[in-house]
Structures are given as C-alpha cells and as structure tokens.
Design a protein around this ligand. Structure first.
Ligand code: NAP
Ligand code: G4F
Length: 357
C-alpha cells in the first residue's frame, strides 16, 4: 500500500490553517498541524472545523508545538516528520497591528519563513519538500495598476507588507538558488465564520449582531476602502493545488469583484433584517438604523466612524486578476460575497461556544 503524503501546516490554529487541515485530511493526507504554546487553549477553530470529520480522519492528524520565532522548534519538527509538503500560514496577520509592533511583525512574517527555508536546506530536505508561503495582496499596497496580477509591481505601505515582501522575495531566491520547490500564493482578502474578530468583516457581523441585542454601535475606520473578498474554504484548495504543479510558480488568488467596507456593512445589515442611512462626513459619519422589525432600533446609531481605526497609511483599493490560476490550475472561487455574508451571519446567530480572537 502506498504511504500517505505528509503535510506540515505551520499556523494551523488560524482561519486558513483550520480550513487547510480539514481539506488535506479529506484528501487522505497525514497532517502535522502546529500550534503555539499559549497559556490558554488556542485550537478552538481547528476543533470546530474538524468536528464534522470522522475519527478515522482525525487519526491522521498530529497537533504539535512549534513557533517560527524559535529555529529549534522548526528544525525539530521538520526532522521528526520529514513532510512532503510544508505550508507556512503563520503570521502576525493584522496590518494595523504591524504599525504598533513592527519589529515583532518582521520577526514572525519575514524571519519566520527564512528559518523554515534554511532548516529545509540545512537538513538536506530540499529535494523532498514542497514549500508554500502565504503571501498577500497587501504587497500591491499603493496600487500601481488595476486589476492586480502576478505581473503587477509591488508598492508596500505597511510593516506587515514589508515583512511579507521579504518572505516573498526569499521564496523566489531559494527556488532559484537551491532548486527548492517553493512558491507563494498572493492571496487577496478571504473571510469565513472563523475569521479573527479584529478583521473588518467579522467585526461588522459581530457588531451589528450586538447592535440588535443591546443597541451598542460598531466603531469603524475607513468605510471607503475597497477589497476583493473571497471565502477561505475556496482559497485553501488553491494553496494545495499550487504544490501539485510540475514546476513551482507564484499565483494571484482572488475573485475579481470589488466591495467597499460601507457596502459590506449594508449587506450584513440587510441580511439581519435592518437598513441604515449614512449621515455626516469623515470622522463625523454615522450609520443610523432606518428600518427594523424592532421599532426601538429605528433612529439609533448602528455604525460610528472612529479615528482610532484609521491606519497611518492605507491600502485603498484591491482587485485581483486571477486568470493565471484559472487557466493553469483550473481554479475558480465558488463563494460570492452574498454567500460569505450569509454564512458569517448564520454562524453568529448560532452563538458558537468559543470566541474567535
Ligand atoms: P490568522 O487567522 O491570523 O492565523 C495566523 C496563524 O499564525 C495562527 O495559527 C497563529 O497562531 C499563527 N502564528 C502567529 N505567530 C506565530 C509564530 N510565531 N509561530 C507559529 N505560528 C504563529 O491568519 P489567516 O487569515 O489564517 O491567514 C493565514 C496566512 O495567510 C497568514 O500568513 C496571513 O498573513 C496570510 N494572508 C491572509 C489573508 C486573509 O485575507 N486571511 C490574505 C493574504 C494573506 P495563534 O492561533 O496562536 O495566534
Ligand atoms: O479586515 P482588514 O483588517 O484586512 P486588511 O488590512 O485588508 O488585511 C487582511 O487582508 C490582507 C490581504 O490583502 C492580508 F494579507 C492580511 O493578513 C489581512 O488578512 O481591513 C480591511 C479594510 C482596510 O482598508 C481597513 O482600513 O477595512 C478597513 N477598516 C475600516 N474599519 C477596518 C476597520 N479594518 C479593521 N480591521 N477594523 C476596522 O475597524
């Protein structure tokens, strides 16, 4: 009997890590999923997503401690499990936080992938392992052309993106210098019910849900930012497909559809049976409830713009051209923005017994 392929997922406790673990187990991989040592449980998302998998599948899962700021932990896990595929999804992934903690962000997001690639090389595994790096549309930054494809120049505007650019370049360098099968997925924003609660989509869904219950308003920054939002479940399929190519190559992954933060608020409100009217401008802008079954909500402020959620520099507009992924890997996103909103809202109403941090 042919041995199962072994995949190491570094950063399995995050949104994508949970979806990718589930996807690879369904494809009959043995999965080694890493978590960080924390003082409290941090595997809730993984547990939630694996709850629908039969125990036979779970037997193919091993959850291990590893931290990309700790070279030894990375080297040891590679040496112990000798994986066929390594997915580096670990990151300090919040752009606004990267302005507050630039050094930490660089350590995790730039030096983390360096440590993994060096460990692969020094352990003599460069011909065995295929490596995936979670790159990002934030690299396009202050965007130089629309829509953004693999050919669009980078123009980063945050410490997060600067660190990710270092990693992106490094992947190319290790691929060319050492002949490692290494590639980067340049992923546009992707969301899901288990998105961290300080990203804008989850914050909006949770905030409007709370407004319905307790009339507290949700405070947001730039309502006019435009994003190309897809579903994490669709995007992890592409992460796996990228490592099945004959030759390693980077791909842009996105839907090719634009939505503003303001429109996202309107979609979520509508899905919850509410409508709102925008009043005022700039940091004085508010969204006032104009329609609701509960008449007590009408006239109350649902959304308030708050200066503290603006960033020192902003990526105003992102839009993917994922035609290469479509033609070379036959990949297409399956979930549109209305379906994403619907899934996120339904999850919020079910009141899951864990908090997505
Ligand atoms: P996420 O939910 O924030 O997950 C990040 C993961 O990295 C978590 O498992 C986290 O562990 C782990 N991690 C953080 N620091 C670590 C360290 N020092 N060592 C090991 N693991 C560490 O992010 P995501 O949305 O799933 O995104 C996955 C990757 O894709 C990230 O690299 C992100 O930058 C990138 N990306 C995301 C998007 C998007 O829209 N979601 C788009 C483009 C690129 P804890 O659970 O313990 O915090
Ligand atoms: O949800 P966000 O924080 O995502 P952002 O900054 O686009 O980054 C995400 O996508 C990247 C891919 O392009 C990933 F690389 C990265 O790891 C992360 O997953 O913010 C989206 C937009 C921004 O323009 C932000 O300024 O929403 C705007 N926004 C407005 N009010 C807000 C808020 N963002 C957050 N987080 N919180 C607010 O209150």
């Amino acid at each position: 009997m042919k041995d199962k392929k072994v995949a190491l997922i570094i950063g399995s406790t995050g949104q994508d890590g949970a979806y990718l673990t589930s996807h690879l187990l369904k494809l009959d991989y043995k999965v080694v999923a890493t978590r960080r040592r924390t003082s409290m449980l941090n595997t809730q998302r993984l547990d939630w997503i694996l709850s629908d998998l039969k125990s036979e599948k779970e037997k193919n899962l091993s959850v291990e401690y590893a931290d990309v700021t700790d070279t030894l932990s990375i080297t040891k896990i590679l040496d112990k499990f000798l994986p066929d595929e390594v997915y580096n999804l670990s990151a300090q992934s919040h752009v606004a936080v990267s302005f507050e903690q630039p050094e930490y962000t660089a350590n995790v997001n730039a030096l983390g992938p360096l440590r993994i690639l060096e460990a692969i090389r020094m352990l003599g595994l460069r011909k065995k392992i295929k490596f995936y790096q979670a790159s990002t549309s934030e690299l396009f930054g202050n965007v130089l052309s629309w829509p953004q494809s693999e050919e669009t120049p980078f123009n980063v505007v945050s410490p997060y993106a600067a660190a990710k650019q270092f990693a992106h370049n490094l992947v190319k360098i290790y691929r060319e210098a050492y002949d490692i099968f290494a590639c980067s997925g340049i992923l546009f924003n992707h969301e899901s019910p288990i998105r961290g609660s300080n990203f804008v989509t989850k914050k909006i869904v949770r905030g409007i849900f709370e407004f319905q219950k307790s009339q507290t308003s949700v405070q947001l920054g730039n309502l006019d930012a435009i994003r190309d939002w897809g579903h994490a479940r669709d995007y992890v399929q592409m992460q796996h497909l990228m490592l099945q190519q004959k030759q390693p190559r980077d791909f842009v992954i996105g839907t090719g559809k634009e939505t503003t933060v303001r429109e996202f608020v309107e979609l979520v409100s509508h899905r919850m049976g509410l409508e709102l009217e925008w009043q005022g401008r700039g940091v004085k802008e508010v969204g006032v409830c104009s329609k609701a079954d509960n008449k007590n909500l009408i006239g109350k402020i649902m959304v308030k713009v708050d200066q503290q959620y603006f960033r020192p520099l902003e990526v105003e507009r992102l839009l993917a051209d994922a035609s290469l992924a479509r033609s070379k890997l036959n990949w297409m996103p399956e979930t549109n923005i209305t379906q994403i909103v619907d899934e996120m809202v339904r999850f919020e109403f079910k009141k899951p017994n864990f908090d997505v941090i």
